[in-house]
Design a protein around this ligand. Sequence first.
Ligand code: ADP
Length: 491
Amino acid sequence: MRCCMLILNNLFHVKSMDFYIDRYINEFDDMRTLTNIQKCKKLGNLLLILNILLILVDLIVYKPMRTETLPYLYLFYSHIVVFILILSWLTLLKLHKRYKNLLIGKLLYRAFSIIIIYWGVFMGLNSIYISGQISAYIVCILCISVCLYITPLEAFLTYFVSLVVFTTGLILIDDNTKLLYSHIINSIIVVLISYLVSRLSFISFFKDFISKKDLLISKMELERTNHKLMESEKLRTDFFANISHELKTPLNVIYCAQQMMDITLKQNQYNDRNMNKYLNMVKQNSYRLIRLIGNLIDITKIDALNFEVKLINIDIIKVIEDIFISVAAFAESKGLSFTFDTLVEEKIISCDPDQIERIILNLLSNAVKFTEKGGSIFVYIYLQDNNVCISVKDTGIGIPDNMKHLIFDRFVQVDKSTSKNCEGSGIGLALSKSLAEMHGGSIHVNSKLGEGSEFIIMLPDTIITETSENLSTIEEDCVKKISIEFSDIYD
Ligand code: ADP
């Protein structure tokens, strides 16, 4: 089959045929088998009726000839035999439909073509005695070539073998040399024509299959694109709903604080305690806005491939320890025990300390946010498989199994109600994941609901050749950074 298709491909240069041969050869073959069976079924029913009529003609018109001339008797028997054969074939087809075995289907339509062609061979040879014509052979062979879609190889074998049998029969029975030659020439011509017809109809069937497949593929692609569009439309709507909420909440708080300060001043009820409270509200919610907008800008930059980490060779242990020291007081003020441990004293790797700081601060602020008073937070550094692993572990509320793989997606929050006195936008982990990946690293979580969570960042243990550009680091106000990162947590 594959060989035939490749020959066709070379002969007719059917466009993109190799693609279809590789992918859909079996599907094409099954479709061809089913179509052939349907055609054989129709032809079989037609021949059944035709044979009943022929048997009636034999019984009524040729009755006297049958007793005198043997060919008429053979003609009668051939009609009965073919009638029985086709009836049995149709019964087998009915049984086959129940099992739907395509291999049997293939055998069935081949058997049908053999019955018809050799019936034609017999009738053609028999008619030489009755009418001197071989038209029955011509009709049968043409009929098969027009009706069935067979491969050029199948067609060659079927027609040319029948031609050999038919010509041998002719040579054995035909004593009229002139007629013998004309019969042989006629049968060769008809076999050649049938072969060409078979080949053309096979190609047109194949082209038809390709265009149907093309249509189906484009339809599936359209459906896929449509589905993706709908998904991104939903993401867009969710994004705007989330962002409007996250922007509105701190703005409302700032506005309320300003109103309260205004009223207090107008009513001459100014006192330091109140003022400090309102100023703190303004400060914390401004930090919240700064953090949210900063995260949004960075995530958009990452999406647009417009964000770069500025790698330098730096002692990662020192970077993490410094963050730990600056956050320790805050965590302890929340009633949490805060521990740092490392298996290595010094480890120089290439990383962007500012971005590593953002990741660690985000993990620590989550740990503080989701751990009740009296709980513990551990920061632990160790080496594994050429990676520096930083573990941030807490004894907090934990994350349910079905959410573990989702929390790194944007705007995903397990349950807003679980974080008392805290807010969040669901961007922090998505951003941390992107930042870790930009370092060639990864981030994953181990967690048990009710028992705590452990986030592990893995950074590759590599260093870069330093240039004057990446030697300089930007020192920012550390206290401000922490205030911004922890702005989701209220006092
Ligand atoms: P958010 O700003 O909401 O904290 P994140 O992306 O940082 O956004 O976190 C997404 C969600 O993952 C959180 O809302 C919370 O449900 C869950 N989560 C993150 N860290 C922890 C943790 N240490 N313990 C329990 N749940 C956590």
